[in-house]
Design a binder for this molecule. Structure first.
Ligand code: SF4
Length: 310
């Protein structure tokens, strides 16, 4: 596919979702939060208004075209450049994708709008919904997720509980731990209490593994993550870097596919090779065509060279 991909990216290999095609339903970067660890970048304006920010018909037409190229997909994942439930047509998008394909649909959400009945209703047809819950105390929530001032963590937790009661699919809670912010025992034990009340199918523990929006966001070490996992109990598992090569090497992935990925997240050449199942030399050649400084930039994070769309 050589035409510009506006709404889809990847597929990307994901520890949680296998080979996952990303679908972006929100313009960069519209979100109700401004998480210190965000891979997409800082949030200029933390919005709460729901609108059809990107057109449903165009999104569905592109999904239909792209999935024909990837027969091995494990999931189609609605996520991307902001908070997907801010798109007021997310319910139509989920149902539309399910009419096109049997590949299960997952939604990654920050959970901040789940207190709204219409948002819970919109997500009912998804196969997997994974809300984030990086904090359960107001001060920790402020520090890690830098929310829109109208948001209250107690209301968000109530929304997640209600959704889990109404929803027939699988719900995974994701917690991203940032060193010195939400990884102390007091907060983790409070999280345990809340999670015992929610009873999600799984709890995924993550940390900062890609360049964050704010340099202050540092990863939690593996040992501490294991201690936290013990506290949170058997539903919890540590997720993070995942290595799985595609079953077949794609030769037709091009600069547009690379650009679509780099618009959503910074990646190293090896991560792009893995993700797009392209040969490394092809990735390097495509990056040259994308013209460093014109469409993409590069920088060093944790000793590795990352590329990102401008
Ligand atoms: S990590 Fe997700 S919820 Fe947080 S600011 Fe980025 S897009 Fe929004």
């Amino acid at each position: 596919m050589s035409r510009e991909r506006k709404y889809t990216f990847g597929p990307v290999p994901s520890r949680r979702l296998g080979l996952s095609l990303g679908v972006d339903v929100i313009p960069k970067k519209l979100c109700s939060l401004d998480c210190v660890y965000c891979e997409v970048g800082m949030t200029d304006k933390r919005g709460l208004a729901r609108k059809e920010y990107l057109p449903v018909n165009e999104i569905l037409a592109e999904v239909k075209e792209v999935i024909a190229e990837y027969p091995d997909l494990d999931h189609i994942t609605i996520s991307g450049s902001g908070e997907p439930t801010l798109n007021s047509k997310i319910g139509d998008i989920i149902r539309g994708i399910k009419q096109i394909t049997n590949v299960p649909v997952a939604v990654l959400t920050n959970g901040t709008l789940l207190n709204l009945p219409e948002v819970r209703q919109d997500l009912l047809d998804a196969d997997i919904v994974s809300p984030s819950l990086d904090a359960v105390s107001a001060d920790v929530f402020e520090k890690v997720d830098r929310p829109n001032p109208k948001l209250r963590i107690d209301t968000i937790i109530d929304g997640i509980k209600l959704f889990h009661q109404e929803y027939k699919g699988i719900m995974w809670i994701e917690i991203l731990f940032v060193k010195g912010m939400n990884d102390h025992d007091e907060e983790v034990f409070r999280m345990k209490q809340v999670l015992d009340e929610i009873q999600p199918e799984k709890i995924h523990l993550n940390t900062v593994i890609r360049p964050p929006a704010y340099a202050i966001a540092q990863p939690v070490g593996e040992e501490r993550l294991k201690e936290i996992q013990k506290i949170l109990g058997e539903r919890s598992e540590i997720v993070g870097v995942f290595k799985e090569t595609h079953k077949t090497l794609q030769h037709n992935a091009d600069g547009q596919a690379i650009l679509a990925l780099l618009k959503r997240r910074a990646m190293t050449v090896d991560q792009m090779t893995e993700s797009l199942a392209m040969r490394k030399e092809n990735i390097i050649a495509s990056l040259k065509q994308l013209d460093l400084g014109k469409f993409i930039k590069s920088y060093i994070f944790n000793g590795e060279e990352y590329y990102q769309a401008l």
